[in-house]
Design a protein. Structure first.
Length: 424
């Protein structure tokens, strides 16, 4: 059965000859165009196609192309950034361009259904900027992947199917390069799953035996063969790692083609008697900028909710167009309008007397005095509103964005109607 499943999936995800020709024609055109721009400007730089397209590990209908402008390391970083943006704009009919920001600015070009990132980097063995490793990653994989490219495709598609693929901030899962290294290390898709099903926290993989386990404390450690001081799995969240281990076990126990079918991560109300609150911010930001801010804000709000005796059951993050936000599922119950306010220990005479003098009614519990005072927040909604107004603990850009808070059926209907995918 496993063999039949893999054959079926490979027939769906392996690029056809027609698609390969289309990609080849487009990448050749890009290299020629950008190389001509570099030549006219008299620059010491070259053009390289990197990523899964170059390594022939891409999945059919993947329309992301990564192009790197590799500069001689004699160029100052500010000049590299400036020149990279000038070169990165593809000035051909049918192309549109926009500037994006990661470790440094780069250009995103769109042509038909293709997304083409043009990124400047240095040609240097010593890593000057984080993206300088990428051409080296491409070369390493091409030199070591051998005839295992379809094994990589199977692993990528399995990870897409179970929702753990992509290191981008909204997912915090396995990158394409990490998938390739796992296949190079374990030599097959089946072996990756068999080994992953028994991984422990801090699992250590070092293909070139060049790193030090003691340098890392991450849930999964995969030493970068290009840079032994870097963990390729550092962006992987503990949730995505554990989901992969769980689904690897499930697939081995009962193989099914459904594990390879990507499903939308729509919000599902898990608890029958819970209350659902959705905070919706308005403002256009790139995913990799907005998601870390949403995640930071959500965790801050969870802390505040728990501090005020409300019990968050689950949360999720979402984004579509200019709308982004957080959805909370919170246990529903009535809290007492009064809350205990503890004073100092009775044996601390001076402070105890001061506390007692401030309140009309005092009770003793163990060696401490306490009184009852009105609860600050009687409803989770007020906690969320207060958190946004106070701004402390919110993501930088969220502080100035307009927002709305939806509750109950309004929140559920909004999330459903817009078909937001939910991430944690």
């Amino acid at each position: 059965m496993i063999s039949e499943i893999k054959s079926q999936i490979l027939s769906e995800i392996t690029p056809s000859d027609k698609e390969r020709k289309e990609i080849s024609n487009l990448t050749n055109m890009l290299v020629d165009h950008l190389s001509q721009k570099i030549s006219k400007m008299g620059l010491n730089a070259t053009v390289e196609i990197v990523g899964s397209i170059s390594k022939d590990t891409w999945i059919a209908n993947d329309r992301d192309i990564d192009v790197f402008i590799v500069f001689d390391k004699s160029y100052p970083i500010d000049e590299l950034k400036k020149l990279g943006l000038v070169i990165g704009k593809i000035e051909l009919e049918g192309f549109t361009s926009e500037t994006a920001y990661a470790n440094h600015p780069y250009t995103i070009n769109h042509f038909k259904e293709f997304k083409i990132d043009v990124v400047p980097c240095y040609d240097s063995i010593e890593i000057i900027t984080p993206v300088d490793r990428t051409p080296h990653h491409t070369r390493f994989v091409k030199e070591n992947i051998g005839d295992l490219r379809n094994e990589v495709r199977l692993l990528k598609q399995f990870m897409k199917g179970v929702g753990v693929y992509s290191s981008e901030q909204k997912i915090q899962g396995f990158s394409g390069y990490l998938c390739e290294l796992l296949i190079i290390n374990y030599r097959s898709f089946d072996n990756v799953l068999k080994n992953a099903s028994n991984w422990q926290y801090g699992e250590y993989i070092d293909i070139k035996k060049a790193g030090k386990r003691s340098d890392f404390k991450d849930p999964l450690i995969v030493i970068d063969p290009v840079d032994p001081k870097r963990n390729v799995a550092s962006a992987l969240s503990i949730e995505r790692l554990c989901e992969f281990i769980y689904y690897a076990r499930k697939y081995i126990e009962s193989p099914s083609i459904e594990y390879f079918r990507k499903k939308k991560r729509l919000f599902v109300k898990r608890f029958p008697d819970s209350e659902v609150y959705s905070i919706v911010f308005q403002g256009e930001l790139l995913d990799d900028i907005i998601y870390p801010q949403l995640r930071k804000t959500a965790k801050h709000m969870i802390t505040l909710l728990e501090k005020h005796d409300f019990k968050p059951l689950s949360y999720g993050l979402f984004k579509k167009g200019e709308a982004s936000g957080i959805v909370f599922e919170i246990e529903s119950y009535n809290l007492s309008p009064l809350v205990k306010h503890y004073g100092p220990k009775i044996f601390d005479r001076a402070h105890s007397d001061s506390f007692v003098s401030k309140y009309n009614e005092i009770f003793i519990e163990g060696d401490r005095s306490y009184t009852l005072r009105p609860r600050q927040f009687s409803n989770p909604l007020y906690v969320l509103i207060s958190a946004i107004k106070e701004k402390e603990g919110l993501g930088k850009n969220l502080k100035s964005m307009s927002y709305s808070i939806l509750k109950g059926e309004k929140a559920l209907n909004y999330l459903s109607s817009e078909e937001f995918e939910i991430y944690i």
